[in-house]
Design a protein around this ligand. Structure first.
Ligand code: PLP
Length: 410
């Protein structure tokens, strides 16, 4: 075999495109990668997969990179599915897990997408890549680009978290800070394609990042013993995470690796009150989302006022019986502290928004206390040092320490 990809297909109107070539978008909208799932089923079983190394490449038959091609890899391991009894109890629920993506290379789930997208870009002969980013995607592309020996241009808002600026710079990307948001950076990349000869790696404008992110759904199913939880909370910006997971579940169902007619999980797409275009579109019943004016949130990964994959997100949310819901911007720090102090998980501000939404849905009965709920922690708190301001007590070690005070000074 080389790969099981049969063709690509417009998510908007089904127009087909041949496999094994460079592709972008069709009529401004994304493409799906389609596989010969009968051939996959004939070639590999869940038991075979269980014996492979714990990385996203264990799902090789469901990925686009031909089997004889070496992936561009930073050792992207499977991420733990952590039961969270203390956080769950504090919310009044019994079955809460966090799928902790913060342990991936560059500290976010963006590495899944970039491992596959950069592997494909290299395989297809691309040499120069450019990306607009809210932060973590740029850092991940810079790292995988460096690993592949490719040239990378990164465009980010000038108030993007400093770690994202540093990691991109250290990986030798050409980093530019823009006085606008990710969609403004997107225009710079799009309009520079001719002049600069780069390939546009924007979310969902090349088809393979989605395939990498799909592995979150494959991994989740495997970790649940080839079944699925009742509800999934996912922080959504550009939408590849949510849409990729839904695609994974559909492929697994077709393969027969999960029960033919299972209750599919309800997808809860979580956004901040400071930037919630998908929530607005969901509530209005629209299939496409309007630009969210004045977007502001410290959850930088969610600062995406407009997304080309909006309809793919909204279709998946609705098909799942889930919803799109905001978490309150002003409670982000409180949830980061609460989750990390109760469970030790390094919770990113994007996922903090999910916990606020989960609390809302438990209170109004849309999530029952005994349902099996998985919250995705998409990144590491360490990537956002500027949002926490600390004033820890000082200790003068040149003088005798008054130990009795240490109990009360915190
Ligand atoms: C990018 C990002 C998101 C949003 O993911 P999408 O796939 O763009 O919807 C959420 N959390 C973190 C930490 C991110 O970096």
């Amino acid at each position: 075999m080389t790969s099981h990809v049969t063709h690509l297909e417009s998510a908007l109107d089904g127009t087909r495109f041949p496999a094994g070539q460079v592709h972008t978008i069709h009529q401004g909208r994304p493409l799906w990668v389609r596989y010969d799932l009968d051939a996959v089923r004939a070639n590999v079983t869940p038991a075979d997969i269980a014996r492979r190394p714990p990385s996203l490449w264990r799902y090789r038959e469901l990925l686009p990179l031909p089997s004889e091609v070496e992936p561009v890899s930073l050792g992207e391991g499977m991420t733990p599915l952590l039961p969270c009894p203390r956080l769950g109890a504090s919310l009044g629920m019994q079955n809460l897990w966090i799928k902790d993506e913060s342990q991936l290379p560059t500290g976010s789930f963006k590495s899944r997408g970039m491992a596959v997208a950069v592997s494909m870009a290299k395989h297809l002969g691309l040499k120069r890549l450019a990306i607009p980013t809210a932060g973590n995607a740029g850092g991940a592309l810079a790292a995988y680009g460096a690993r592949a020996g490719m040239e990378v241009f990164v465009f980010m808002p000038d108030d993007t978290p400093i770690i994202n600026q540093i990691e991109s710079h250290l990986a030798n990307a050409k980093v530019f800070l823009a006085n606008g948001l990710i969609n403004d950076c997107g225009r710079v990349v799009r309009e520079g394609v001719q002049a600069m000869g780069w390939f546009d790696m924007s979310t969902l404008k090349e088809p393979y990042r989605l395939e990498g992110k799909k592995t979150m759904g494959l991994e989740l199913a495997e970790q649940f013993g080839w079944s699925l939880p009742d509800v999934i909370f996912y922080p959504t910006g550009g939408g590849t995470g949510l849409v990729g997971m839904w695609k994974a579940f559909a492929e697994l169902r077709e393969l027969g690796w999960i029960a033919k007619d299972p209750k599919m999980p309800r997808l809860i797409s979580c956004q901040s009150t400071g930037c919630a275009p998908i929530v607005r579109a969901f509530e209005s019943g629209a299939r496409f989302a309007d630009l969210f004016e004045g977007a502001h949130t410290i959850a930088s990964g969610l600062r995406v006022p407009v997304a080309v994959g909006d309809f793919m997100m909204l279709d998946a949310i609705r098909a799942s019986g889930g919803c799109a819901l905001t978490g309150r911007e002003e409670r982000i720090l409180e949830w980061m502290k609460r989750a990390t102090s109760l469970e030790g998980v390094s919770l990113c501000p994007e996922t903090a928004v999910c916990l606020d939404a989960l609390e809302t849905m438990l209170a109004d009965g849309r999530v029952k206390p005994d349902e099996r709920v998985v919250v995705f922690n998409t990144g590491a708190a360490q990537k956002y040092p500027e949002i926490v301001r600390l004033a820890l007590p000082r200790l003068d070690v040149t003088k005798p320490i008054d130990y009795t005070r240490l109990n009360t000074e915190h």
